[in-house]
Design a protein around this ligand. Structure first.
Ligand SMILES: C[S@@+](CC[C@H](N)C(=O)[O-])C[C@H]1O[C@@H](n2cnc3c(N)ncnc32)[C@H](O)[C@@H]1O
Length: 390
């Protein structure tokens, strides 16, 4: 990725020895004297920081904060690159991180560092989450270990600027524990609470405590598009309300029973219910759904089973939740692509057997299979819509 053709503009710049530039840049930003539309430029062992406004007012303050700099600050007119507003965010990140690399003193191989600049991230409101391997390659680890804290802050800030966010985090692998605890390291920002609106539905959660599956967005929209008027619905793995809230707000369910074991997720679900003004239609059943689902026997018209890699552990209980006349199941599962047809057949046979054992001789049919996303090269996250009728 490169952006060789950059517009040039003349602007006043403060020439600062490289080692002091991160601190001075920070002060300029705080005082609104840093010209964001222009790009700093390395000139020998100095950095030209683009200025806007009257710098003289803060000259003394800078000298007091960094006494060594006293006679080394020069203001000059310089030809500087204009930040290109047409660049896509990935180009902005690449460009800003490479100019950061130019601004700091180092003797590492630039190509190796440039190769590993992140090209994707997840945007959650004003928080951008970088993938867990970002800046963890050997070259980067060594370079960052040699940088001052303020230089590292400038690196994270340059990414925030590129992505137009105020907070930056690095994802850690979602834990494999039952509760899918999220592990996010905040690089910029001091708290992880995030608020989003998706298809008119408000979600709020702490990204450092719970997971948010933005990869499931199409499925969330599909479920929210199903008309569930007058239905009682059970969501067996409610989380922060990824599906519960769209069903409450958009599918217009009569009442929803949300089963969830993680108190952090429940806090978010309560927040979401209040924000979306649907609290009166929601009952939360805190605890293990092996226990809570058993208490919801014969209550629902529909049961949503949103857990991966498999929801099979609650199929029997979910069938038990449906009213005697039957209803719908939405079964999430990770299935190898080529085995999907046989998996559907097996699933229906298993459900038939389970329902017979319960004395419910339902007709059980697979009505729709949704391929949500690739989970790994050959494995699909699928949702099977199953209809049970007397
Ligand atoms: C994959 S996450 C969120 C699921 C959400 N439906 C989705 O696909 O984005 C699964 C949720 O189920 C909850 N969970 C897992 N096992 C559970 C159990 N035995 N009883 C109740 N909740 C459980 C976890 O705490 C987590 O919030």
């Amino acid at each position: 990725m490169s952006d060789s053709k950059q517009a040039i503009s003349s602007g006043m710049a403060l020439l600062i020895p490289l080692e002091f530039s991160p601190k001075v840049k920070q002060i300029l930003i705080e005082k609104n004297l840093y010209e964001n539309n222009l790009r700093p430029k390395r000139i020998s062992q100095n950095l030209a920081l683009p200025l806007c406004g009257d710098f003289e007012n803060i000259r003394d303050e800078i000298c007091q904060t960094i006494p060594e700099i006293k006679n080394k600050m020069i203001i000059e007119l310089h030809a500087l690159e204009v930040n290109n507003p047409d660049m896509i965010p990935a180009q902005m990140v690449f460009h800003n991180v490479s100019s950061w690399l130019e601004q700091i003193n180092h003797n590492h191989k630039k190509e190796l560092l440039l190769e590993n600049i992140p090209q994707k991230w997840e945007l959650l409101g004003d928080l951008a989450l970088l993938p867990s391997n970002s800046f963890t390659q050997n070259e980067w680890v060594v370079l960052l270990s040699q940088c001052e804290q303020s230089e590292i802050q400038n690196l994270w800030n340059s990414i925030c600027e590129s992505l137009k966010v105020n907070r930056l985090g690095r994802q850690q692998p979602i834990s494999k524990d039952l509760m899918r605890t999220s592990q996010v390291e905040l690089l910029i920002g001091d708290q992880g609470w995030v608020e989003l609106i998706d298809y008119g539905v408000h979600f709020g959660f702490d990204a450092t405590k719970v997971m948010y599956s933005s990869g499931n967005v199409t499925e969330r929209h599909r479920i929210g598009n199903i008309n569930m008027e007058n239905e009682v619905v059970v969501d067996a793995f409610a989380g922060i309300g990824y599906y519960s809230l769209p069903m409450l707000v958009r599918s217009n369910v009569k009442h929803l029973h949300a089963c969830e074991i993680n108190s952090n997720s429940i806090e978010s679900l309560l927040w979401g219910a209040k924000k979306n003004n649907v609290s009166q239609k929601l009952t939360i059943h805190e605890g293990d759904n092996q226990i809570t689902l058993a208490k919801l026997k014969n209550k629902s018209d529909r049961c949503h089973l949103g857990i991966l890699p498999s929801s099979e552990g609650v199929w029997q209980l979910a069938l038990g939740c449906l009213k005697k006349k039957g209803g719908w199941l939405h079964i999430h599962m990770n299935v190898e692509e080529k085995k999907i047809p046989s998996w559907i057949e097996e699933t229906i046979s298993k459900l038939e057997l389970m329902s017979q054992k319960m004395g419910r001789n339902w007709t059980i049919e697979a009505k729709h299979l949704e391929k949500v996303k690739w989970f790994s090269p050959r494995i699909r996250h699928v949702v099977l819509d199953v209809h049970c009728t007397q």
